[in-house]
Design a protein around this ligand. Structure first.
Ligand SMILES: [Mg+2]
Length: 369
């Protein structure tokens, strides 16, 4: 079997009211998706999404005519392209979807088949006042979730802590609570600085008091010494690595004892092929491996296969903050939205590949290129 062609389409869903993501100073009124399709000469197609495939155009010939199952070879080529041009890891996801379809097996089985489900944590995206946030937390509980991630971005950490305390007061210990400080990186238009170690330590001491499960991205991504020292100074688990671009940076973050919780995203770095190595490294160091998944439902699903196949983990991110960030927006490209079950688990599909299907009608309506 050979790869016959690679097809890439771009889509944009406009929405109103806008989504005020806590980590973005600009309100969001649309959500872009790139769909990559890898077709074979025997009529099978693998699909991938989750990142924009910037820099891939013109490199199709490096894959056409190749055996689709030579995944480590393809990984090296994609890694070379991302170094010279831009990230295009959804192609790796499409190749795994295709490999599963060729084998007639779900991808998590090909990766090791450790478990068929992973508990999701509800990852909120907006900043709400304390009582409204507590209402959201109760709604998550009713939906089956056992953990929730809260955003710290109100400009004054005291206001963030007040919102966290309101949630803890309302739900007690029925929810594990994570806090995302979002200090690791900025969007192109956001120029304000990251926290210093002492800023982060002040907040960490508040988080200890409220029994927070992990503190995410408390420092700039390059401040590895700060992360290592903060990890020593607080009992709260330190999480990070969501936009880290190179696998060797994870090696160095692990060797440097900078993090308790590693959060690479298969749609944004390394694909499934690269991140299964990071998952193995994390396990050998007794660290938590739990991918970032803030892309779309296809990206969430790919990360869930990786986790279920290799490490299980305690929780996996499930971006969900209706109405601003509901499944109608997050998963608009999917024929069937990725739901959690009544107990808050993402359950692996039994069909071959990554187990998702495209909503072709919606994709036709939202196509922009
Ligand atoms: Mg994050």
């Amino acid at each position: 079997m050979k790869i016959a062609s690679i097809e890439i389409t771009q889509h944009r869903l406009h929405f109103d009211p806008p989504f005020h993501a806590s980590w973005d100073t600009r309100p969001r009124t649309f959500w872009d998706a790139t769909i990559v399709r890898v077709h074979t000469d025997e009529g099978l197609t693998g699909f991938g999404s989750g990142d924009l495939m910037v820099g891939f155009a013109g490199h199709e010939h490096l894959f056409v005519g190749q055996d689709p199952l030579d995944i480590e070879r393809h990984y090296r080529v994609i890694d070379n392209i991302q170094f010279h041009y831009g990230r295009c890891w959804p192609l790796d996801l499409a190749l795994w979807d295709l490999a599963g379809k060729i084998a007639g097996q779900p991808v998590y089985k090909l990766l090791g088949g450790l478990t068929d489900r992973v508990r999701a944590y509800a990852s909120s995206g907006t900043l709400r006042d304390p009582q409204a946030l507590a209402d959201v937390a109760e709604a998550y509980l009713e939906r089956g979730f056992r953990a929730m991630k809260i955003r710290f971005h109100r400009g004054d950490w005291r206001k963030d802590v007040a919102a966290l305390e309101a949630v803890r007061a309302r739900v007690g210990d029925r929810l594990d609570l994570m806090v995302d400080c979002n200090q690791g990186w900025r969007l192109p238009w956001d120029t304000y600085p990251a926290w210093s170690l002492k800023d982060a330590l002040t907040v960490a001491r508040e988080l200890e008091r409220v029994r927070v499960y992990w503190m995410e991205e408390p420092l700039h991504r390059g401040d590895r010494e700060g992360m290592r020292r903060l990890r020593d100074m607080t009992d709260v688990r330190i999480a990070g690595g969501e936009m880290t671009r190179e696998l060797y940076e994870f090696r160095d973050l692990i060797a440097g004892q900078c993090l308790d919780v590693l959060q690479p995203d298969a749609a944004l770095v390394g694909g499934i092929t690269g991140l299964r190595r990071v998952a193995a490294m994390a396990q050998e160091h007794n660290l938590v491996f739990t991918p970032h998944t803030w892309t779309n439902g296809m990206g969430v699903m790919a990360n869930a296969h990786l986790v279920c196949g290799t490490t299980q983990g305690v929780y996996m991110e499930y971006p969900y903050d209706p109405p601003e960030w509901g499944l109608d927006r997050r998963d608009y490209m999917m024929a069937e939205k990725l739901e959690v079950d009544a107990d808050g688990f993402i359950v692996m599909p039994s069909g071959p590949g990554l187990g998702y299907a495209l909503d072709e009608e919606m994709l036709a309506k939202t196509r922009v290129a």
